[in-house]
Design a protein around this ligand. Structure first.
Ligand SMILES: *Cc1c(COP(=O)(O)O)cnc(C)c1O
Length: 407
C-alpha cells in the first residue's frame, strides 16, 4: 500500500507530558488535557523543504507528511483546502490597514472550515477502524462530520442545540447521520454525548468520542490553514492573524502550524494571534484581560455568531497560551458590530462571509484605532465560513414591482 510518508511519531499531552501511540484510538490524556500529535520535525527538516509542496494538488493533503494519516488509501477527501488569501484593498483603506487579507474558508466543502478538521480526523478514524462516531456541535462541525463520515462509510451521531442554524441540521440529515436535537446549549449536548460514550464502551465497536479536542486530529486538519497562509504569503509570516474563537481549535492549530514551520525552517517567526469573540460570549477575552491561564464558564451566552457560542472550551489554556506566547491579544465585539461588518464586507469587497468571520473585521477596526495594529502591518482575517449558511442574520428590504413596472 502507498504510504503518505507522514512524520507522525506519537500523541503527547501538552499539560503533563505523557505520550501515547498514534496507532490506537485515543481521546483525552489521563490528566484531562487534550492530546496533540507529534512529528519527527528534525528528520522532516533534513528530508524536505518548502519546494516539496510545489506542483501538488491544491488541497490540504499537499502537507500530508505533516498530517497524521499513514496510508494514502485511508485519505477521505472532498477537495478541501487551499482557499484563497484575498487582498481587501478597499476595506483595508477604510480601516487604515495597508495590507489587509481575508483567508476565505467559505469556499471549502460544507462551506465552513470544519471540513478541514473532519477530513483529517475522519481519515484517521477510518485508519483506526472506527465504525461509529458521535459529537455535540453548534452545527458546522456536525455537518462536516456527517458529510465526511458518509464518504468514509462511518456511522455518525450528532447532538445539536435546537437553536443551531437550520442549514447545518439539513446537511446532517441529508448525509444520513443520526441527528438529535436538544433544548439547551452545546455544553448540555456534550453531557449527553459523554453519557452515550459510557453506555457503549463495552460494545464490540465502541462509539468514538469525536467531541472538540477530545479527539486529537481535528486540530491537525485545522492547522493546515496556518501552512497555507505561510505558503500563500511566499513563506513569510504575516504580522497578525485574527481568528473567531469558540472551542479555540483553529487558533491552537494555527499556532501549532507556525511553531512546526519555524522548527522546520519554513518561516522565521510566529504571527501575533488575536482571539475574537462576541461580547455576550467572551470567556477567552475575559481570561486574557485578567491575565489568567484558563477561562471560566460564561453564563447565559448568546450571539448571532453560532460557531463561537462556546461558554467554556476544553482547550482554553492552549488557546490562551497561543495568545500570550505569540504576543497577541483578545478582543470582543457586539452582535450589532458583527451584523454591520458583514454588510460592509459584502458591499465593499463582494465577500459575503459568516457572522463569525465578520466579527474579525469589526475587531481589526477596534485594534487599529487603539494602536494594537499598525498601519504598515500585514493582517489576515481568517474567515471560517460562508454567509449563506446563516440566512436569518440580515434583514433585507426587497422592492416589489408590478408586472408592467418601468425602471
Ligand atoms: C466552529 C466555528 C468557529 C469556532 O472555531 P474553533 O476552532 O472551535 O474556535 C468559528 N466559526 C465558525 C463558522 C465555526 O463553525
Amino acid at each position: 500500500m502507498t504510504k503518505t510518508n507522514s512524520y507522525i511519531t506519537r500523541l503527547y499531552c501538552p499539560k503533563c507530558g505523557k505520550t501515547r501511540a498514534h496507532a490506537a484510538v485515543a481521546n483525552l490524556c489521563g490528566c484531562g488535557s487534550p492530546l496533540l500529535a507529534q512529528y519527527d520535525l528534525a528528520r522532516a527538516s533534513r528530508e524536505m523543504d518548502t519546494r516539496t509542496f510545489a506542483g501538488r494538488a491544491a488541497d490540504l493533503w499537499r502537507y500530508k507528511e505533516l498530517l497524521p494519516v499513514v496510508e494514502e488509501a485511508d485519505v477521505v477527501s472532498l477537495g478541501e483546502g487551499f482557499t484563497p488569501l484575498l487582498r481587501l484593498a478597499g476595506a483595508g483603506r477604510s480601516l487604515g490597514i495597508d495590507r489587509l487579507y481575508l483567508k476565505d474558508e467559505g469556499l471549502v466543502p460544507s462551506a465552513s472550515f470544519k471540513a478541514r478538521g473532519a477530513a483529517v480526523a475522519v481519515s484517521k478514524a477510518l485508519e483506526l477502524g472506527v465504525k461509529t462516531l458521535i459529537l455535540p456541535t453548534n452545527g458546522n462541525a456536525g455537518a462536516a462530520a456527517a458529510l465526511y463520515g458518509a464518504r468514509a462509510g462511518i456511522r455518525v451521531k450528532i447532538v445539536m442545540p435546537e437553536s443551531a442554524p437550520f442549514i447545518t441540521r439539513l446537511e446532517c440529515s441529508v448525509a444520513g447521520a443520526d441527528l438529535y436535537l436538544v433544548k439547551g446549549l452545546i455544553s448540555d449536548c456534550g453531557k449527553i454525548v459523554a453519557r452515550a460514550i459510557k453506555n457503549h464502551e463495552r460494545d464490540s465497536s465502541p462509539w468514538y468520542d469525536f467531541s472538540t479536542l477530545k479527539e486529537p486530529y481535528r486540530i491537525e486538519g485545522k492547522k493546515t490553514m496556518g501552512y497555507e497562509i505561510a505558503e500563500q504569503s511566499g513563506w513569510e509570516s504575516p504580522d497578525v492573524i485574527l481568528y473567531p474563537t469558540g472551542g479555540g481549535v483553529g487558533l491552537i492549530g494555527v499556532y501549532k502550524a507556525f511553531r512546526e514551520m519555524r522548527e522546520l525552517g519554513f518561516v522565521d517567526r510566529i504571527p501575533r494571534l488575536v482571539a475574537v469573540q462576541a461580547e455576550n460570549c467572551a470567556p477567552i477575552v475575559r481570561a486574557f484581560q485578567e491575565n489568567k491561564s484558563e477561562s471560566s464558564f460564561w453564563e447565559n451566552s448568546s450571539t448571532v455568531a453560532f460557531g463561537i457560542n462556546v461558554p467554556k472550551a476544553l482547550g482554553d489554556f492552549l488557546a490562551l497560551e497561543a495568545l500570550y506566547a505569540s504576543k497577541g491579544c483578545a478582543c470582543a465585539v457586539t452582535d450589532q458590530e458583527i451584523i454591520s461588518a458583514q454588510r460592509e464586507l459584502a458591499q465593499k469587497e463582494g465577500c459575503f462571509i459568516c457572522p463569525e468571520g465578520s466579527a474579525l473585521y469589526a475587531a481589526a477596526g477596534k485594534l487599529r484605532r487603539d494602536g494594537r495594529i499598525r498601519r504598515d502591518e500585514s493582517v489576515v482575517l481568517l474567515n471560517t465560513g460562508a454567509g449563506i449558511k446563516y440566512p436569518d442574520t440580515q434583514e433585507i428590504a426587497p422592492v416589489y414591482l408590478e408586472l408592467d413596472a418601468e425602471l
